[in-house]
Each structure stands twice: as C-alpha cells, then as structure tokens.
Design a protein around this ligand. Structure first.
Ligand SMILES: [Zn+2]
Length: 276
C-alpha cells in the first residue's frame, strides 16, 4: 500500500455538486429530501475519519427505494468523479501517479468504496470514502471491510505504514531461473494491531502472490541494467549503485514497495550476483 492525500474540499459540497448535475426533476426532488440526512451522515463520517475510527460506523437508516436513489448518484465515468480521480492521484510533487495505492501493481481504473456502497449508500459519492483503485483490488475487496469492529483493509488516507521493512522476499536461485516467495514479517516491532491490519490487507487482496506473478519484469529490468554496467564497472560498484537507487526511491515509493524489496534482495544475494 502507498499513502495518498485525502480530498481536502467540502465533502457535502461535492455531494451537492453531483446532485446538481442530474437532469430528472422527479429524481432530483426525491434525492433533495434525503440531503439533510446525508449531510449529517457525511459529518459523522468526517469525524470518524479524522479519529481513524471508521470501523465503528453504524449503518444508516434508509429505505430500499432511498438506497436505490442514492446509488444512482455514482458514475465512475462522470466528469466530476474523473476530476476527483485526477486530484486524488496527483502527489505533493504535482505528479500524477496512476498506480493503485492498495496494491501498487495495477492501474487505477475504478473507485473502491471503503465503506461498501450497499451497506452505506449515503457515502456513495463521499470523496473521503472513495479510494482510487485497480479493478482487481476492487473485486477482491468486494463488500467486505470489517470484522467485529476491526478493519480488514488498510486505508491509504488514514493508515501510516511504519518506515521499517515488513515485506521480504525469499529467493531460490535455480539453473533455469529464480523461485521467489514474498512474505510478511514484523521483525522490527510494529504495533500488533497495525501488523494484523497489514496482514489482513495483503491476504485479502492476494498481494504476495500478485507480487510474485509480476516479478519477471522487475528481474529482467535489473538484469539488463547489471549487464549494461558490467562492461565498465565492477559487480560491487553495480551493487552499490542499485542499493543507492533503491534507497533514494524509498522516499517516493515507501520502504515496503514490492519492486524495491525484490531488487534489494537480488543484489544482496551473492549466488545471484555471482552469475554476472
Ligand atoms: Zn490494486
């Protein structure tokens, strides 16, 4: 997971703007009747969000027909939601990163409703509840999000990952390639409730396996780099260069970025580096 900055505008204002774009007068009349209730709920959400207590949110009391009307507000392709997506995926250096913050593998092509929209239709277009994400993470998460008042998924807006390594990769250098296994290990004393959340997030989104499935490209890229430099640099210098490069990327991608973890493990593996 990678942190992203949450929406900093007026959430109920955003909701009203979505409503104002609707054309069907009868629908607008019905949805306007719900607005005061939605406004209260959005305020409640903001309070829980600010104190990282989303897991204790109770379901709202909406009739089935009201729920259907609220759900109609959401359209990923709409201009407002596309504008929001760009805002949320633009980092503090004003660069757009279209990589899914939940997995850091796939491209953002949907919004995950952190509190599922079926259970919480009043937050269907609440920007704090919308996390830009890839379709695979979105479908893996589906409608699950908490168990007995414990959240099951990291929230890229709320949860700050510790700046220590908890993602590792075990390498087996074979004659015909590399067998690798990613694993999580709270070696350096990460608070147990945070580590529980990290484990749950990685397991439910199947991240360890997905990192492995995407690793060939990273290995090939590294091998090309090593081969290119080995014409005029010693293996030790190349190793130091790759390590330096990874370390400077921690700032941007985080200490537990699966690509950096893999590159570091490879250059620190004497058997692997001995092949060049
Ligand atoms: Zn994803």
């Amino acid at each position: 997971m990678k942190n992203i900055k949450p929406f900093n505008g007026n959430c109920f204002g955003f909701y009203k703007e979505v409503v104002s774009r609707k054309k069907d007068q009868d629908y607008i009349r019905r949805i306007s009747l719900l607005s005061p209730k939605v406004q209260n709920r959005i305020e409640e959400y903001q309070n829980k969000f600010a104190s990282a207590l989303l897991q204790i949110m109770k379901e709202g009391t909406f009739e089935l027909s009201e729920r259907d009307d609220l759900l109609r507000l959401y359209n990923y392709r709409s201009t407002l939601l596309q504008k929001l997506k760009i805002e949320l995926t633009t980092d503090e250096y004003n660069r757009v990163s279209n990589t899914c913050p939940n997995c850091t593998i796939g491209e953002v092509n949907s919004f995950d409703h952190y509190l599922p929209k079926i259970e919480f239709p009043e937050f269907v277009v609440n920007p704090l509840n919308l996390i830009p994400c890839c379709s695979q993470c979105n479908s893996n998460k589906n409608a699950s999000w908490r168990h007995e008042n414990n959240r099951l998924f990291l929230n890229p807006y709320i949860d700050n990952l510790p700046n220590v390594q908890f993602l590792f990769v075990d390498l087996k250098i074979l004659d015909n390639g590399i067998d690798l296994t990613y694993f999580l290990d709270p070696k350096r004393g990460i608070a147990s409730n945070l580590f529980y959340l990290i484990q749950s997030h990685y397991a439910k989104l199947n991240l360890l396996e997905r990192f492995k499935q995407n690793s060939d490209y990273i290995i090939s890229e590294l091998e090309t780099e090593i081969k290119k430099y080995s014409q005029y640099l010693s293996i030790d210098t190349i190793k130091d260069t790759v390590i330096e490069e990874c370390e400077s990327n921690y700032r941007l991608l985080g200490r537990n970025n699966w690509k950096l973890v893999l590159k570091m493990a490879l250059v620190n593996n004497a058997e692997y580096m001995g092949n060049f």
